[in-house]
Write a protein that binds this ligand. Structure first.
Ligand code: IPD
Length: 298
């Protein structure tokens, strides 16, 4: 049966605002924190409480849909199938959250046939909401949760991408986001370290390889910044489907493109774990992806 993606979107937005209230109410300096993979792979009781709330709301509203969440994922057991699947990160940017660095969000995606179909990313610290529905565009909303007449700011809803987005130039002028992630050893660390080094280096002609490098500390917010045209490129090796599912839909709908972070692979899977995102542009996208792959692959 056809899924009413607008209705799913509306449910996800209201769940995102509820999650946002929980995140704002938590006091990161007094909540208990645990570690997963290693000492920098952090989970807080707020991550767990938000995921419990989200999964129960979504099971009530869509009992037949599958659910994959960061805090209940089981390596080797949890799989994303063709079924409609909610893919959820209750707090993306947990390290930022723990430090009260206001760059964290809830990331709520729906995949159908393993393709992103709806994305909702909400940063409660900035009351900033990004949404996308397959085939219907994506939006950024400031003061998103305000009710009419309440609060100081005005609600502003901006379409992303637009009809004539600026062309992409060479990598040497691009603003590039790249994350270390939590794995700091083994082959994954080597790939990241090589990639960072190549991107941060000078060119033989004395110029820089990239215009600038950033790390926002949240995969979902990196993707939304690409969708909004604030970043040109985002690369990460080692994150998971719940980090990218929602932002991927928002990026696609803004005319951007997600490809593999491994050189040469244009079509990539939700759970491929190595991603390269590029903002929407009237021209230059293919050239920039190819230049990026060449630089990191050489
Ligand atoms: C992390 C953030 C971070 C990225 C990591 C993710 P979490 O998600 O998105 O930016 O570098 O790979 O694991 O753990 O805060 O939900």
């Amino acid at each position: 049966a056809d899924i009413d993606l607008q209705a799913v979107h509306d449910t996800l937005v209201s769940v995102a605002f509820e999650a946002g209230r929980m995140i704002l109410a938590a006091n990161p300096s007094s909540i208990s924190t645990d570690t997963k993979l290693n000492a920098v792979d952090i989970v807080t009781e707020t991550d767990q409480a938000v995921e419990r709330m989200v999964s129960s709301r979504l099971r009530d509203a869509y009992p037949s849909f599958a659910f994959v969440g960061e805090e209940t994922y089981q390596a080797g057991v949890t799989r994303i199938t063709d079924a409609p699947t909610f893919i959820v990160d209750p707090i993306d940017g947990t390290t930022n959250f723990v430090h009260s660095f206001p760059n964290a969000c809830i990331s709520l995606g729906l995949a159908v046939d393993r393709q992103p179909a709806v994305g909702v990313v909400y940063n409660p610290f900035q009351d900033l909401l990004f949404t996308g529905i397959r085939g219907r565009g994506s939006y950024m909303q400031r003061n998103a949760s305000l009710e009419a007449g309440k609060g100081l700011g005005e609600k502003v809803k901006l379409p992303l991408g637009g009809a004539n987005p600026p062309a992409l130039g060479d990598l040497s002028s691009a603003l590039v986001s790249i994350e270390w992630g939590s794995q700091r050893d083994g082959e994954n660390f080597e790939v990241k370290a090589r990639t960072f080094r190549k991107l941060a280096a000078a060119r033989e002609n004395g110029g820089a390889m990239v215009g600038g490098m950033r790390s926002l500390g949240s995969a979902a917010l990196n993707l939304c910044a690409c969708a909004a045209g604030q970043l040109d490129v985002y690369w990460e090796g080692g994150c998971y489907a719940w980090d990218v599912a929602a932002g991927w839909c928002i990026l696609n709908e803004a005319g951007g493109r997600m490809v593999s972070g491994n050189p040469g692979i244009w079509d990539t899977e939700l759970d491929s774990r190595v991603y390269l995102a590029v903002r929407g542009a009237r021209s230059g996208l293919k050239e920039l992806v190819e230049e990026f792959w060449k630089v990191i692959g050489d």
